[in-house]
Ligand binder design. Structure first.
Ligand code: SF4
Length: 324
């Protein structure tokens, strides 16, 4: 009689909170709701959230993803703006073309847009702390006339920055930054320009803060950390960096179980798992299942905080809902 070789033991430590935030749920629900109400196609400008699995799922239901409104034909079908927000020129173009636009920008991103606008109206030069090229940064910069917002990505940028008038200066931040790195940049700006005005600390959202906090707690106690998320997801990338800084050198971003390089996990006895704000829980489960095929897995959850945030759907979808 042959004896099955015993699987090695693996302790999986799940970070909580992880995965979907309220802004992502609202954005995905907006597309689902628009598809249910109006039928396909529903156009979506940019990936509704930065996750290939989510985007492919919505595409299969009839969503058409475009990068520019110019790719949308003249149509009565809804056109939805992604959770990351859009430059002002985009809704303006939609209005001009009489498109049926629905804005799924996360309310916490819209809040940053409004802050920037208020600073501008008060005659302040604005610094945006964020990553060049990210759609949220493009959207925030695009709220105001060109040249009104200076982008600062690093401490070195903050050290070099020369405002027009240091007594009339303000800052806002991207919502999905590293809490640690941003605090350093804000501190330097405040030291150099004591009159700079801004939010209490930064504009990093609750979901980004909480997911980083959970990773900080788990990272020192595990041999490796998987961040379930897409490479273009800013908050997922930050979770990987936070894990490394908190003492877990083997931190990696994984989109699907099929991507796992099993050699990387040889000798790992304790594995941390988290997920970026745009990664669905079903992918976390898929990855745990893949480990359970090879290891005798036991699962523990370490929680940094409870979340109860909820954002209602965009008004047009809510009202139609109520009228049914
Ligand atoms: S990560 Fe934060 S800002 Fe981005 S959609 Fe989620 S709640 Fe909104």
């Amino acid at each position: 009689m042959s004896v099955m070789p015993q699987k090695p033991a693996l302790k999986v430590v799940l970070c909580s909170p992880r995965g979907f935030c309220a802004g992502v749920v609202r954005a995905i629900d907006s597309v689902e709701r628009a598809l249910a109400l109006y039928g396909p196609p529903v156009y979506v400008r940019h990936e509704i959230v930065h996750n290939r699995y989510v985007v492919d799922g919505l595409r299969a239901k009839g969503a058409i993803f475009v990068e520019h409104l110019s790719e949308v034909p003249d149509t009565s079908a809804p056109v939805i703006f992604s959770a990351h927000g859009v430059p002002r020129a985009v809704p303006e173009e939609a209005t001009r073309r009489r498109l049926f636009a629905l804005d799924a920008t996360c309310p916490l991103v819209t809040k940053v847009h409004r802050e920037a606008e208020i600073h501008y109206r008060r005659g302040r030069e604005i610094v945006l702390i964020g990553h060049a090229g990210h759609p949220e940064v493009i959207g925030t910069i695009g709220q105001l006339p060109a040249g009104s917002i200076n982008l600062i990505e690093t401490l070195a940028d903050a050290a070099r920055f020369e405002p027009r008038d240091a007594s009339r200066l303000a800052y806002v931040t991207q919502t999905t930054l590293s809490v640690h790195d941003t605090a350093e940049i804000v501190e330097l700006l405040k030291r150099r320009f004591p009159q700079i005005v801004g939010p209490h600390k930064d504009d990093i959202c609750y979901a980004t803060t909480n997911r980083q906090e959970a990773v900080k707690r788990v990272a020192p106690a595990v041999d490796a950390m998987i961040v379930v998320g897409s490479p273009n997801s800013s908050n997922s990338q930050r979770l990987k960096e936070v894990a490394k800084r908190a003492g877990c050198p083997r931190a990696m971003l994984v989109q699907r179980a099929a991507e796992i390089d099993w050699d990387e996990f040889s000798g790992v006895a304790r594995l941390g798992i988290t997920a970026g704000a745009s990664a669905p829980e079903v992918l976390v489960e898929e990855i745990i299942d893949a480990f359970a095929q090879r290891y005798a897995v036991s699962v523990e959850t370490i929680s940094a905080t409870e979340e109860g945030m909820f954002f209602p759907l965009p008004r047009a979808l809510r009202e139609t809902q109520a009228a049914e």
